[in-house]
Each structure stands twice: as C-alpha cells, then as structure tokens.
Design a protein around this ligand. Structure first.
Ligand code: ADP
Ligand code: MG
Length: 243
C-alpha cells in the first residue's frame, strides 16, 4: 500500500521552545494510526502541522502526493483532502445542522446546493442523525454535535481524517456513540490519524499505535505489542497511569 502521509524529520519550535524534535512518520492508505502520549508531548502539534494550521520549522511533509513544504503547493487545495475533527466541535451556531454540513462543499464550488443537500442528508444518516437536519447545534447533545462535526468534515470527501481528542470534551455516556462513528469510518477504509485517550478503542480499532514523549516517537507498533508488551520505560510508565 502506498503512503498517504509521509513525514520526514519534522521539527517545530515555538520561539526557542522546540516541541517536535525530529519525527518520521508514514501512514499508508487505509491505515488507522493513533498518537498517544502525555499531555504536552506534541500530539496536537503534529496533527496541526499535517493540515498546515501550523508551519513546520523544518522537515518534510508529503500528504496525498503534495509536498507541503513546497511554496508552490496550494495549501487550501491540500486542506480539502484532509478532514479534521477537534475536541470542541466549532459548529456554526446560527445555521441549521444540514447547512453546517453543506457549507464547505458549496462555498468552495465543489457541489451545487442541491447536490450538497443530498449528500449532507446521506451523511446525517451515516452518523445516525437523519432526523436532525433542521435542528440548530444548540439543540443537540455534545455527542450529536460531534457527529455533525464528523459529517461536516466528510462532506469535503477527504482522503484523510485527523481526530484530535474528539471525545475528550464529552460526557461519558456520549463517548460511545462518537467512537462508533469513528469505528465505522475505519472499517470503510478511511485513512486516519487519531489522538485519543481512549486506550481500549485505540487497541481495538487502530492498526498502529505511536507513543510520543517530549516531541519524539518513543515507541510504535501494533496495538497488541505496544499495549501488551511495551519496551521503553517511558511507554511503560505512561501506560501504567492510563490503563
Ligand atoms: P499535546 O497535544 O500532546 O498535549 P501539544 O502539541 O498541544 O501537546 O503541545 C506541545 C507543546 O507545545 C506544549 O509544551 C505546548 O505548551 C506547546 N505549544 C502548543 N501550542 C503552542 C503555541 N501556539 N505557542 C506556544 N507553545 C505551544
Ligand atoms: Mg493535544
């Protein structure tokens, strides 16, 4: 399988504080990779570099064949191939659910309004919210909002989905319904990188687990290996606190 994401020697500093210290990471088509590690280890920064919310200090990032460090590459074009879901859903409060989902495909000229509506309705069905098309975000639970946020990201038909702690802000009883949608996406063959604290979920759904510590990849491998038989002291220490 070919690499959809190829990160080589990624470094990122904020001022004099280097927080990503030389990361190499390859994600193949259809692969589901989870980034785990202590708070502040650089997980979010890596995702943000992948869709260019942050600019790397050095290193190379190739996403779907586009070299993000190449000045000639249209970053907005690249971003359209990458869906991102955050901890906080950031839905537009003054639009209905279906309008939230239709917005990007219509604004970018990717779809007509009619086509975008048909697609949005299908996406709402996919995330189990077919009956919420005309609701306002404020009328939804946290879990429902997050499912709308996922549908909205999918509306651009991304090749890659990035999730940054998509369930961390949810009440416990709503975590499952969002993980279920992510699990379905994984089954459908979507290439995904997820930052998650749901270790059970990572173990079950991901093809590979990458443990970050202090801006470097400390250890990675199949979930059964990393969770079941961690090799590095830092991995062991981290897992002993979260498992
Ligand atoms: P994680 O997601 O693993 O918790 P982050 O990638 O958010 O870690 O942060 C890694 C480090 O970078 C932390 O020390 C954090 O304080 C720092 N950092 C993140 N974003 C910024 C920023 N915009 N400006 C300065 N420092 C930042
Ligand atoms: Mg983070």
């Amino acid at each position: 399988m070919s690499a959809v994401i190829e990160v080589t020697g990624l470094r990122k500093a904020y001022g004099s504080n280097e927080v990503i210290k030389g990361i190499d990471l390859e994600v193949r088509s259809g692969e589901v990779v989870s980034l785990i590690g202590p708070s502040g280890s650089g997980k979010s920064t890596i995702l943000r570099c992948l869709n260019q919310l942050e600019t790397a200090t050095s290193g190379k990032i190739v996403v779907d064949g586009f070299d993000l460090t190449d000045k000639k590459v249209d970053i907005n074009e690249v971003r359209r191939h990458i869906g991102m879901v955050f901890q906080h859903f950031n839905l537009f409060p003054n639009m209905s659910v279906i309008e939230n989902i239709m917005l990007a495909p219509v604004e970018t000229g990717k779809k007509s309004k009619a086509d975008a509506r048909t697609q949005a309705q299908a996406l709402l069905e996919r995330v189990g919210l077919a009956d919420k098309a005309d609701a306002r975000p404020s009328q939804l639970s946290g879990g429902q909002k997050q499912r709308v946020a996922i549908a909205r990201a999918l509306a651009m038909e991304p090749k890659i989905m990035l999730f940054d702690e998509a369930t961390s802000a949810l009440d416990p009883e709503m975590v499952g319904e969002v993980l279920e949608v992510i699990r379905e996406l994984a089954k459908s063959g979507m290439t995904m990188v997820l930052v998650t604290h749901e270790m059970g979920f990572a173990r079950e759904v991901c093809d590979r687990v990458v443990f970050l510590s202090d801006g470097v990849i400390c250890e990675q491998g199949a979930p059964a290996e990393v969770f079941g038989n961690p090799q590095q002291p830092r991995t062991k220490e981290f897992l002993s606190k979260v498992l």
